[in-house]
Design a binder for this molecule. Sequence first.
Ligand code: FAD
Length: 350
Amino acid sequence: MLDITTTKQAIKSRLTRKKPQMDKLADYEVLIIGAGIAGIGMACRLQQLQHKNLFGHKGAKKQKQAKTQRFAILEKRADLGGTWDLFTYPGIRSDSDALTFGYNFRPWLDYRMLAAGGDIKRYIADTAREFGITEHIRYEHEVQKISWSSTDQLWTATIKNHASGEVLVKTAKFVVGATGYYDYEQGYRPHFDGEDDFRGRIVHPQHWDNLDYNDKKVVIIGSGATAMTLLPALVDEDSEQCARHVTMLQRTPTYVASVPGDDHAIDWLSGKFSPLSKEQVYTALRARNVLRQQGLYKLATHAPKLMKAVLKGSVTKELKGSGVDPKDCSRALYARLQSLGSTRLRYTRQ
Ligand SMILES: Cc1cc2nc3c(=O)[nH]c(=O)nc-3n(C[C@H](O)[C@H](O)[C@H](O)COP(=O)(O)OP(=O)(O)OC[C@H]3O[C@@H](n4cnc5c(N)ncnc54)[C@H](O)[C@@H]3O)c2cc1C
């Protein structure tokens, strides 16, 4: 049954509620937190909207909003790139192909698909420059608090400028959190029993800091994407440093697919006699890769047994002629895993 008193009260409160002051002047229309690939991408989108006259000051409000800047990116580090600025361990690279990792509005034109960390950072920086974003980035500005006012219809951000020590307060109509998903100061670091007796150094790849590993014995704990890119780089005899021996400790085995590191299709398909531009080919190849990834994801979730067979089949193919029997290999790995709770893969420098 309808409660008439409650309804009356609701209507009264609606009518008497303080109207939001939509026209209170903000410092920014949009505040973006973080200058990683996401924050820069967001800012590029705002620039594109402005060029189409869909974002920014227009019409009658123009005069009043002239003091409101369109957007700013607040970045607590001293440079842009986020992940690709922070991680500097040997071999750092993407594990997705650069066509799908790159922006759809700015082609990745390098033939290297598993892009090196430095190249990704350069791509982000070049994009920022090309879209006029660089001058909107405030470095060493950490957002420490944000709060929303329904009355003013504005966000208020408390920002610490680490260069000057100053604390600023800025308002914005919109806040975009492009802060990534992990702790920049302290990566996940479990305590290992007996680590106090260990005489070597324990390093998280997040804080690599020009580590000297030349001719040293190294243990990598974990077998995810970081470990997999780190290991071959540590035993690369052509690089300045090369470890003497590397052991990888693995708790949970992962399926690994081998994909080509290079793709020259952009150059071929947009060559001298092609009617297609590099940008058009990029768009088409990007769509192909997105569809392929979505297809593989569907296959893995709907037919996991088939997917396992496909992955194992490709490993068998890769190992052909290497003298390693993939069946013995996986049986040995699983046996070890069950008995020890970990699996060891050894790579020894000759
Ligand atoms: C080694 C490695 C390899 C990876 N490879 C891939 C891959 O191949 N494919 C893939 O899809 N993903 C990969 N990732 C995940 C990767 O982090 C994301 O794909 C992507 O780079 C995240 O971008 P982002 O801009 O969202 O965040 P980040 O790159 O994390 O950037 C966030 C930014 O926000 C800033 N920030 C955070 N908090 C504040 C604050 N309070 N105030 C001001 N600034 C702040 C940070 O300083 C940072 O610059 C990888 C990650 C790692 C570590």
